[in-house]
Design a protein around this ligand. Structure first.
Ligand SMILES: Nc1ncnc2c1ncn2[C@@H]1O[C@H](COP(=O)(O)OP(=O)(O)OP(=O)(O)O)[C@@H](O)[C@H]1O
Ligand SMILES: [Mg+2]
Length: 393
């Protein structure tokens, strides 16, 4: 390989700093910012222009832990790479968990000339940890509850059978038949819940095939509009036309989207609004076994309902957690399971009284067979979604 000259090396260094996922901040003379790469700008919400030349004490005035780290490195001349995680406060958005590290910078003469601060974004790791915790909890409870469900099914069958016999014995006009019918109906409802629960613990294996997400979403939204028509809930659909076909289990994906949209429609009051958005996102990469990191498909179900507090968010995936009179509390647990089998991430962002967003981030699983794309177009590499197709059927 040819040795690169100084200019090439400068370009390579610039390229590395511009593209690396770590926030890199160099402090020069008197602790003034001398370098502030794009990742550092993204993490802190401060532009390079705002940062360059400013004293670090001023720029990070609201981050005492970060300042303490920088001061220690400047004073001791030693690197610190094992600092615990801190939350970066950012204007207008939620704090970002990062792991900071800092090292002194030396001139050729050996004299200390500043420091370099590296910020490692932990938000993705945190999301995955949370998804793992949810999945673990689900697996444990699923197995436990399935054992219990098995024990309930037999006596329940007995209760229903006895109620049916009693029903047949009673006169057609008997007022008691209201009660026997109620017993039969409720026994069937409990049986339905148990079947769902057993599905959760021992789901039928996913049948992965090519799925046209756009068509599937159109169908699900159409049905849900129909189901919630009486309460005058508006369900909008905003589809990115460049969504390619994916590999997935069509029935399971349908079940997941029905559960999410149904929850959203049930959460909003009469006249409320649910918006379903499906787009290709290049904002972060998703590496799954057998797949190169690449763009992802994001399906968001947004509602303007009461929202969820952080404590409620912790609870909603737990099987049987429900705040509804007739809810089984299994809907989201099943969604979690389906997301997992598709290598997808199911996430909630919500604030009490401000509505919720349930988002499913699916890896770009390309179909195994080469099939023509529905639109004949490649997904365009763009950050902003195309003009919305709100209200499409
Ligand atoms: N979009 C939402 N907005 C507010 N709360 C929600 C939303 N989605 C779910 N929840 C809360 O999470 C709980 C659990 O939801 P989940 O879908 O698991 O069960 P469910 O809807 O109660 O019952 P089922 O799905 O069997 O009808 C709900 O009872 C509700 O309190
Ligand atoms: Mg539900």
């Amino acid at each position: 390989m040819k040795e690169s000259n100084g200019q090439d090396r400068g370009l390579i260094t610039r390229g590395v700093l511009d593209n690396i996922d770590e926030g890199i901040i160099a402090l020069g003379h008197a602790g003034r910012i001398a370098l502030f790469n794009p990742a550092a700008q993204l993490f802190t919400g401060v532009s390079e222009k705002q940062a360059l030349g400013r004293p670090v004490e001023e720029l990070f005035a609201r981050q005492p832990e970060l300042l303490k780290l920088v001061r220690t490195v400047l004073a001791s001349g030693r690197s610190i790479s094992d600092h615990r995680e801190i939350l970066l406060v950012r204007p207008g958005t939620s704090p970002l968990p990062v792991r900071p590290a800092a090292s002194p910078l030396y001139q050729d003469s050996g004299e200390q000339n500043g420091a370099i601060l590296v910020l490692h974004d932990l938000s993705r790791v945190k999301e995955l940890e949370k998804a793992m915790r949810q999945a673990d909890r689900l697996a444990m409870l699923g197995v436990l509850a399935a054992g219990l469900a098995h024990e309930i099914k037999n006596p329940l069958g007995g209760i229903k059978g006895a109620a049916q016999l009693l029903d047949r014995e009673l006169e057609e006009s008997s007022a008691l038949r209201d009660f026997t019918r109620l017993i039969i109906r409720e026994a069937e409802r409990v049986n339905g819940i148990i079947e769902e629960l057993m599905d959760l613990a021992r789901p039928r294996p996913a049948r992965m095939e090519e799925v046209q997400l756009a068509r599937l979403l159109n169908d699900v939204v159409l049905l849900q509009r129909q189901a919630h028509r009486d309460r005058e809930v508006t369900i909008l659909l905003d589809l990115d036309p460049s969504i390619p076909p994916i590999r997935g289990d069509e029935n399971h994906l349908t079940q997941m989207l029905v559960n999410l949209i149904k929850n959203a429609a049930e959460a909003v009051g009469p006249g409320g609004q649910v918006e379903v958005v499906c787009r290709v996102s290049h904002d972060f990469n998703f590496a799954t076994p057998g797949n190169l990191p690449g763009p992802v498909i994001v399906i968001e179900v947004k509602d303007n309902g009461p929202g969820l507090s952080p404590e409620e968010i912790e609870r909603v995936f737990t099987p049987f957690y429900s705040t509804k009179a007739k809810g089984s509390g299994l809907g989201l647990a099943i969604c979690q399971k389906i997301a997992e089998e598709h290598g997808a991430l199911l996430k909630i962002s919500s604030e009490a009284r401000r509505g919720s967003v349930f988002s499913v981030t699916l890896p770009f699983l390309r179909p195994t067979r080469q099939t023509p794309r529905p639109t004949g177009r490649k997904p365009a590499r763009r950050r902003n979604p195309p003009p919305s197709k709100k209200g499409a059927p």
